[in-house]
Design a protein around this ligand. Structure first.
Ligand SMILES: Cc1cc2nc3c(=O)[nH]c(=O)nc-3n(C[C@H](O)[C@H](O)[C@H](O)COP(=O)(O)OP(=O)(O)OC[C@H]3O[C@@H](n4cnc5c(N)ncnc54)[C@H](O)[C@@H]3O)c2cc1C
Length: 384
């Protein structure tokens, strides 16, 4: 550290939320920023374990609006941040297998279209024609947006961190925050095992660990860590080059091209909340059976890698932005399985809340922490 131990802003957590917030504060001209990450590398939490999907297809207006701001920021990332992030617009194709889903998704697609996202409706036959390798007899219809796709998470985190560092921000790994210092319900600084750093503003961007860090500040947040896992196959020569990001909505089962093979994941609806990031081999077998059932060529595929990570889940599957009961302590977390894609705009919104007193790029006033106590939950249907 070359500036002493006093900062204007301290950010806890070096995943996409912390990195984007650091960059957006620095881009507004603030240099005296410290980002602390507990692990030995940035982006090894949820962000580094995520499937890299980015989409406009959501069920609530607020999530669609966040995507409408965030995905174009990813498109401009190389020009603005100076880092390639391999944005592949392969499209997300949701497979719908019940009449209820069809009704819900028709409303979702109308809403997306009204707000400016060009999602298309597809009949069951059109989908079967588009995906001849898949077993889709039960698929009634689906929705497809050609601008949805994939982005490399590590490049986004490192792009923001490097850009913030070039602007003067200090970002350090292997520095867990172990205590938060308060004076009369106002935050004054943080302790790591070896040092004390003071700042009048602390941003909690600890993702699945948010409730642990908030407890250090003396309050709770309803953010539950829930394990999710996926695997990749080795080369699948028969996989067409235009294979999209396919989601079997009823089973929360997804597939997308990865290297010359495929990445596939499936959410365990009965997963016990907790911090375990080891692969659950029993669930992997259940997942593989379902995946092979949909895409029989997987029967011959070899396992290339598998990863487990933590969703940071809130009671209404929507994020939490902004102030907390502790003055000067801000939070950005709880994206419940789709935070990577909203990371760019989330960091910008945090910089607006902190510097201007209010987010202006998107109206996120309904995503405050107080909504849980006041019973103002947002309803989201489209969670995978
Ligand atoms: C398997 C899986 C697949 C996913 N797929 C997608 C997808 O396709 N698309 C999508 O948009 N989203 C996806 N997500 C969700 C997405 O990964 C998260 O919403 C997002 O990455 C959250 O970012 P974050 O910065 O809040 O959390 P994290 O990336 O977890 O960052 C928090 C950081 O805080 C650090 N930290 C915690 N406590 C402390 C402390 N006390 N001191 C210092 N540092 C601390 C952690 O080490 C961590 O690095 C997926 C998640 C998982 C697990």
């Amino acid at each position: 550290m070359n500036q002493g131990n006093t900062f204007d802003f301290i950010i806890i957590g070096g995943g996409v939320m912390g990195a984007s917030t650091a960059y957006h504060l620095a881009a507004r001209g603030y240099k005296n920023i410290l980002l602390l990450e507990k692990e030995d590398f940035f982006g090894t939490g949820a962000t580094g374990r995520c499937a890299g999907g980015v989409r406009y297809q959501f069920a609530t207006e607020i999530n669609i609006r966040l995507s409408l701001e965030s995905l174009p920021m990813l498109e401009r990332f190389k020009d603005e941040i100076g880092q390639s992030i391999d944005y592949r617009k392969i499209g997300y194709l949701f497979l719908l297998t019940t009449d209820n889903q069809v009704d819900e998704f028709r409303c979702n697609v109308d809403l997306q279209n009204r707000l400016g996202a060009q999602t298309q409706w597809m009949s069951g036959d059109e989908i079967r024609e588009r995906l001849p390798l898949m077993r889709l007899d039960d698929v009634i219809a689906g929705s497809f947006n050609p601008r949805d796709g994939l982005v490399d998470p590590n490049s986004v985190v490192m792009g923001y961190i490097s850009a913030a560092q070039r602007l003067g921000c200090q970002a350090v790994c292997s520095n867990p925050v172990i205590q938060i210092d308060l004076k009369s319900s106002r935050v004054t600084g943080v302790y790591t095992p070896t040092q004390y750093f003071s700042a009048p503003v602390i941003v909690d961007a600890t993702g699945p660990w948010a409730n642990l860090s908030c407890q250090m500040a003396g309050f709770q947040v309803p953010v539950t860590p829930v394990r999710r896992q996926w695997l990749t196959t080795n080369v699948l020569p028969d996989l067409p080059s235009d294979f999209p990001f396919v989601i079997d909505f009823a089973q929360s089962l997804y597939f997308h091209p990865e290297g010359h093979g495929l990445l596939t994941g499936m959410s365990n609806p009965t997963e016990t909340p907790g911090f375990d990031q080891n692969i659950d081999p029993n669930w992997e077998l259940i997942h593989l059976e379902a995946a092979i059932d949909r895409l029989p060529i997987l029967e011959k595929a070899g396992l290339a890698s598998h990863v487990a990570g933590l969703y940071e889940v809130t009671p209404d599957a929507h994020p939490i932005f902004g102030r907390t009961p502790v003055d000067g302590y801000y939070i950005v977390t709880g994206f419940s399985g789709h935070g990577f894609m909203h990371g760019p705009i989330a960091g910008k919104l945090m910089s607006e809340i902190i510097l201007d007193g209010k987010a202006t790029s998107v109206d996120i006033s309904m995503l405050d922490l107080a909504r849980f106590e006041e019973g103002r939950l947002v309803n989201e249907y489209n969670v995978v």
